[in-house]
Design a protein around this ligand. Structure first.
Ligand code: CO
Length: 467
């Protein structure tokens, strides 16, 4: 039996450790080794990488994808896709979702991993249908969390639903790194008994438990695991690829990876990583296991975002209080998994509750929208008294949120044809309007313009994404 490996350093690895700042040049420099090393897939796109290209690196994310494809023609390329949120933070209309999937596949993506923060399958449907329509491998990810409603039965039922929707494989997406070894064993056993789909485990090393978890998952029959090349592994990232090469060989599971090529790529990546360490982009703290998250269930990316928010407001003394507040807010909101955009929304609300010293005295626009049903169905019912305290007797929608959205693509085309030379450029504008426009102005009109980094204290900042 052999376990397949997805190499994540070029997406999640640098998103988790290097604030998503790896440049295309850095990425391309290790691709020849990675493409020949024998991976099942390379995760290279999606999540915050798209946003960071435009916002911080002055790079076209579509160009990056095409260049990656050129240098890695053998191995499947994988991206992460936030269901109806695509790579952004709000719900987009179906025509934008479909076009984005189509163009991602046309430009080189083979596997699209689609998830919804609330595991509301209605929010996956457009992206799933488009992936199948354009010939991509559709992997549906279940956002993993623990709560009274997130039982094994809950995940088994979800798995059955996504299998019926047409998923080609299933992923357990443990963005916080809180899936304990025996829980993983029991969950994967149950999923295997109830679904024919190959199962991929995506975990983070944040709490220091993930190698044990992966090993138990392999015992339970997991088909695919996500690992990152050693220089970008550990801490808030994935577990190390080379370590798993050795672990798996020792347990009779041959990964068929070429360890010499991995070593070569790791050497190059170490030089790159050291530059980020020197510049301060990589905080050594992110590399130390943080078992406390097992208690607070806060993903690594969210922790660093919270720290930044509190520092900016001179509130670091309230850090522990905010951590204790998060599970309370989460319970009030029906136990959403803490993944983008919910992680930012819950975190910001917890900060507001602590700073104002009165719970829900201030409520963000996003949380209000959430309580109106605009993000989809919550995992547990929200207490009606709590809801009406915040949004009164406003109407709460129970249909799929994107049903209310009108098509946007043709209007965008008319509006921005003067600057967007391709459908890809229009999609960049559709997702990150201001940032994309300023990038395109620079690219095509060479208008000298001072670009500056935007670190807003808001739930929509790309930098604090959880992965
Ligand atoms: Co991740």
């Amino acid at each position: 039996m052999s376990v397949k490996i997805v190499e994540t350093s070029l997406r999640d690895g640098h998103q988790s450790l290097l604030a998503t700042r790896m440049t295309t040049k850095d990425i391309l420099s290790i691709l020849p080794e990675l493409d020949n090393a024998g991976f099942y897939a390379l995760e290279v796109w999606g999540g915050a990488t798209f946003d960071a290209c435009l916002r911080f690196l002055d790079e076209d994310p579509w160009d990056r994808l095409r260049e990656i494809k050129k240098l890695a023609p053998k191995t499947k390329l994988q991206m992460l896709f936030r269901g109806q949120n695509i790579l952004g933070y709000r719900h987009y209309p179906d025509d934008i979702v479909e076009k984005f999937v189509q163009k991602s596949i046309e430009n080189g993506i083979d596997i699209i991993r689609i998830f919804d923060a609330l595991n509301d399958v209605r929010n996956l449907k457009s992206a799933v249908d488009a992936t199948k329509k354009y010939g991509g491998h559709c992997q549906i990810a279940l956002s993993y969390t623990t709560s009274p409603v997130h039982t094994i039965d809950y995940y088994v039922n979800l798995a059955k639903e996504v299998e019926q929707m047409g998923a080609d494989s299933l992923c357990i997406k443990d963005m916080s790194g809180i899936l304990l070894p025996d829980d993983a064993y029991n969950l994967i056993k149950a999923l295997k008994e109830n679904s024919k789909l190959p199962i991929n485990l995506h975990g983070h090393a944040t709490a220091g438990i993930m190698q044990a978890t992966y090993l138990k998952a392999i015992e339970a029959g997991v088909d695919i695991i996500d690992t990152a090349l050693s220089p970008l592994s550990g801490g808030t990232s994935q577990v190390s690829t080379e370590s798993f090469y050795h672990i798996l060989r020792n347990t009779g599971n041959d990964t068929k990876l070429n360890i010499d090529l991995l070593k070569k790529a790791a050497e190059k990546l170490t030089v790159i990583k050291d530059q980020y360490l020197k510049s301060g982009t990589l905080n050594p703290k992110a590399l130390t296991p943080n078992p406390n998250i097992l208690e607070y269930q806060v993903p690594g990316g969210m922790l660093s975002n919270l720290m930044n928010q509190l520092k900016e407001q001179n509130q670091m003394h309230n850090y522990e209080k905010v951590l204790r507040e998060i599970p309370i807010v989460r319970k009030d909101l029906g136990y959403p998994p803490l993944v983008t955009p919910l992680s930012q929304m819950v975190g910001t609300q917890a900060v507001m509750n602590v700073i104002t010293e009165i719970r829900y005295k201030m409520v963000s626009k996003e949380i209000r929208e959430y309580l109106h049903g605009l993000y989809g169905k919550t995992p547990a019912e929200i207490d009606s008294k709590f809801r009406s305290e915040i949004i009164g007797d406003d109407e709460v929608i129970t249909h799929r949120p994107a049903d209310d959205l009108l098509p946007e693509f043709e209007n965008l085309k008319k509006k921005y044809q003067y600057i967007a030379k391709s459908d890809e450029a229009l999609l960049s504008i559709a997702l990150f309007e201001k940032v994309a426009l300023s990038f395109l102005e620079k690219k095509y009109q060479e208008k000298p313009k001072q670009r500056k980094e935007v670190f807003a204290f808001s739930v929509t900042v790309g930098n604090g994404d959880t992965k």
